[in-house]
Design a protein around this ligand. Structure first.
Ligand SMILES: [Zn+2]
Length: 243
């Protein structure tokens, strides 16, 4: 006789209905299911849940599917606070999803990480908070440094090949203004959080002070793609998740 016949039976009936066609359950249901699959050893259901997690919280840039939803908005129903997702993933040891779960929590900045008005499920323990803050500082430092390097052109980089491109003159007021705008944009990343993994459009940031030619734009885009690639690679390191 199995140890928990009644629970097990009702759970099976419940999970038989999961997943509804391509539908991720709401976060509360998802959390209960995940906990139950660990407690009652239901590897088949658990692996279905983990598949959802893998898609929404990819471990590498390569496994990012741009046509899919990422982070906490993957859950149906009310969007959970990223801290609550992080807590669940830490507790359930979803190691491959943790770097992204930490990132999703820290990108809103320290006020969100330490928000005292959150329900208990979204309050971070001192240990998790410490890891998160340390990681946030490292990511912000990288974001400031790398983006600044990109916009100001590193020592060895060749100037734009178009004769009439203003970027050829580093003292051009338009170029200086554009650089300043990028620097400001990075420095006040929403409430001192980070946007390191997001595509940063030079055209959007510079607005009407946009002075670059197509060639410069291409250089910026591929340069920023490199920065994002680097950032993905260091996520597990900055959040202390490497063995
Ligand atoms: Zn140019």
């Amino acid at each position: 006789m199995p140890p928990y016949p009644r629970v097990d039976q009702s759970l099976s009936t419940f999970v038989d209905r999961f997943p509804e066609r391509n539908k991720v359950p709401d976060f509360t249901t998802f959390s209960s299911l995940l906990r139950m699959t660990a407690k009652y050893e239901m590897p088949a259901v658990r692996s279905q849940l983990l598949e959802v997690t893998r898609d929404a919280y990819p471990a590498t840039l390569k496994s990012v599917n741009p046509s899919k939803t990422h982070g906490e908005s993957v859950f149906s129903g009310p969007t959970p606070h990223p801290n609550a997702v992080l807590n669940l993933f830490v507790q359930q040891r979803l190691m491959s999803a943790l770097p992204m779960a930490y990132y999703m929590a820290v990108r809103r900045g320290p006020d969100s990480l330490m928000d005292g008005c959150l329900p208990a499920s979204a309050r971070l323990s001192p240990g998790i908070l410490q890891v998160a803050i340390k990681g946030l500082i490292a990511l912000r430092e990288m974001e400031l440094k790398e983006t600044y390097r990109l916009i100001s052109g590193s020592k060895g980089s060749r100037p734009c090949s178009r004769q009439n491109c203003p970027s050829r003159n580093p003292m051009d007021p338009g170029v200086l203004e554009a650089r300043q705008r990028v620097a400001d944009h990075i420095a006040d990343s929403v409430h001192s959080g980070t946007r390191l993994l997001r595509v940063l459009s030079l055209r959007e940031v510079c607005g009407n002070s946009f002075v670059f030619c197509e060639g410069c734009m291409g250089g910026w885009e591929s340069g920023h793609a490199e920065v994002r690639k680097k950032a993905w690679a260091v996520l597990p390191v900055v959040f202390g998740l490497t063995a």
